[in-house]
Design a protein around this ligand. Sequence first.
Ligand code: FEC
Length: 314
Amino acid sequence: MTTQIGVLVMSYGTPESLEDVESYYTHIRRGNPPSAEQLQELRGRYEAIAGGVFPLRENTNRQVEALQDALNQDNTDKDIEYVCFQGLKHARPFIEDGVERMAESGIKQAVGVVLAPHYSVMSVGGYIKRAKEKAEICGIQMEFVKSYHLHPQLIGAFSRRVSARLDQFEEAGANRQEVRVLFSAHSLPERILGMGDPYREQLLETSKAVAEQAGVASWQFTWQSAGRTAEPWLGPDILDTLRELSKEQVEYVLSAPIGFVSDHLEVLYDLDIEARDIAAELDMRLMRIESLNGDPAYMAALSDVVRNRAGILK
Ligand code: FEC
């Protein structure tokens, strides 16, 4: 008889419409509604990316479907069928809804994985905590993938994207050795460093592995998208880094946001609009690598780590 293993695929979540932005923002702020000014500012950012479209929703839907196909297509254990459920951090279906749906389908064993390769207690740790609590209530045995930041298929997928853009720089007349590659990820409050959090180290490890595989001559890591709160966030921010590079006469820059796996606000606004505007002011040529979205190599990396965790379910 075939046993069904549930896979809770967790992602950040995005509003469904511009009317939804307020409740979404309130959820991110742990129940504190934003001021009218803050709300207007965030709505403005969504309006600026393709006129108020929320690409993360469609991209997450496709990633979840593609992962389920990948898990079942090259599954050598024919007694197991993987069934994927979506669980979002800040929007419907919430993480808890996803676990509940698994329970309603009769799932008894499951694996949880987040569509973010690097672990921090403040990011992936938060997703896992919520899923674990709900799984206990629902009587589901769950194992979790904590990180997969050095998975060879992930590194390969990012490296190919970096190489493709370096080729484009060359075609446009630049020498690829002169291109500074800026790896980046979502900033977090600086206090994570005092907590022995692996986030920064894992991001540097991914950057180094991708740079080596893509034969990058010159690279550095920088943060992006820091929250608008009073406490200090990890820096330097990519906008400041661009200003510094301009002082060093760096003319060609390739942005590689290896902390993200999808096109969404933090890529399409913070990099493609904000960083690009600064680069233009500084007379720099800035390009960005394509996001992974449904890349089969990324799906293969995810299915591999999910199967590994499924292997330890009793
Ligand atoms: O396209 C979209 O609709 C969603 C894009 C989006 C992604 C994302 C990923 C991460 N975040 C992380 C941490 C924080 C912390 C705060 C915070 C705040 C926001 C706000 C928006 C937002 N984040 Fe986000 N994040 C995305 C969007 N994020 C919008 C609120 C306004 C703003 O500050 O811009 C601060 C919360 C607080 O007030 O305490 C912390 C981390 C990631 C990457 C890992 C992951 O995907 O979970 C870490 C995508």
